[in-house]
Structure formats: structure tokens, C-alpha cells
Design a protein around this ligand. Structure first.
Ligand SMILES: [Mg+2]
Length: 213
């Protein structure tokens, strides 16, 4: 089925909700807001994150929020880990020569650090980080690497990822491993909705063409 997969990062390949929540709450408390509980955060947080902050901390310059967030994120002692089945999924793609890419909002320095520490670099042909609105870049990813939209899927855990996939004309795969509740994601009407990357691998195996084709 798909020859190319574009992955979101947080909540799709890695679990960084712990330090993200800690850093978000650090920003909230600094500006006099009550910290969010984990499930409350999963219900409220959305991309582009500028809109999320404008809603909850109106009028505070985004640059200030970003600086504080990044510092708090870097200081967090909650570990960032590779999500279950993510590495196996990437190995599976590598063996089948399915081309893999990353498109993430995470700032470049933090992303590159995680990519290196988690030893995932070798799986990706190219990565795009620090992308505030992924709709503005998805077309560029397709054209830069000559990817046919009909052979490509964008996998992510947030509504913005589904919207981005539709915007780019690629298949949208919504994963339930990350930041967004099932009902919120379902309302965005992704082409596929899967529990995790093991389910995605099984789905792609089921759709595998016979060898003679
Ligand atoms: Mg994500």
C-alpha cells in the first residue's frame, strides 16, 4: 500500500507527554494559571500551539512562552521514551524500503537531541522540525523528495496532523498513542484510525500485494 510514510514525532514515535505537561504547567503557573491535569491537557492541547496559548494565556508574546517552555522542558527529569512498537515499525519499514520522514512542530534543537539519544536517526531519509503549522510544509516534503501523494501517508496523534494530511492530499492515519482523545480525533475523520504502530504494521501487512504484482 504506502511506499512513503511521514511521521509526526511526539505522541506518534516518542512519548514525551510527561515533560511536555510539566513544561506547559510551568508556563501556566508563571502567568497565574492553574496547572492542568494530564487528561485535561490531552483534551485541551492542540496545534498549532500558538492558538492553544493565545486561548489560555491571551496577549503573552509567543516568543516568551516558547523560551520558558523550552527551558522547563530541558530541565524536566521525566524521561522521553520511544513509544511501544515504534522502533519495530521503523525496522519493518527499513526492511521493506518504505521511505520514512518526520514532520514535527518540536523545536529543532530538542528534536535533534531526542533523535540522537533515542538512536532513531538512521531510519529517516529527511526530517522537518520546528514547523509551527504543518500545512505550510507538507507540500514541500512531497515535492522535495518526489513523493506521490497517492502512495504516501502522514501519521500523527493530533487533529492538526489529520488536517495537514488532507491539506497535502495524502492519506491520514490517526494514532491513539499520544496527545488526543479518541473522540476528538475521530471527529476529524482520518482515513485510518489505529490503536498504535503495531496495528498500523498489521494493517499494512494485510494490504500487502501478492509478490507477482
Ligand atoms: Mg504529535
Amino acid at each position: 500500500m504506502f511506499k512513503n510514510l511521514i511521521f509526526d514525532w511526539s505522541g506518534t514515535l516518542v512519548d514525551d507527554i510527561g515533560p511536555t505537561l510539566e513544561a506547559t504547567n510551568s508556563v501556566f503557573v508563571r502567568h497565574g494559571k492553574t496547572p492542568l491535569e494530564r487528561e485535561e491537557f490531552r483534551r485541551l492541547f492542540r496545534l498549532p500551539y500558538g492558538e492553544f496559548y493565545e486561548e489560555h494565556l491571551p496577549g503573552v508574546p509567543l516568543g516568551d512562552l516558547e523560551n520558558h517552555f523550552r527551558q522547563a522542558f530541558a530541565e524536566s527529569t521525566v524521561p522521553v521514551t520511544v513509544l511501544p512498537h515504534a522502533r519495530e515499525k521503523l525496522e519493518w519499514c527499513h526492511e521493506r524500503k518504505i521511505r520514512c520522514f518526520v514532520l514535527t512542530s518540536m523545536d529543532r534543537a530538542t528534536f535533534e537531541k531526542q533523535l540522537d539519544e533515542l538512536e532513531l536517526q538512521r531510519f529517516f531519509e529527511a526530517t522537518y522540525s520546528g514547523v509551527l503549522d504543518k500545512r505550510n510544509v507538507i507540500g514541500q516534503v512531497l515535492s522535495n523528495h518526489s513523493l506521490a501523494a497517492s502512495e504516501t501517508a502522514f501519521l500523527g496523534d493530533m487533529v492538526h496532523d489529520v488536517i495537514t494530511a488532507k491539506h497535502g492530499g495524502v492519506s491520514s492515519v490517526a494514532l491513539l498513542t499520544g496527545y488526543t482523545h479518541h473522540d476528538v480525533l475521530a471527529a476529524a475523520e482520518p482515513d485510518w484510525m489505529v490503536e498504535d504502530l503495531l496495528a498500523m504494521r498489521m494493517m499494512m501487512n494485510a494490504y500487502k500485494r501478492p509478490d507477482h504484482e
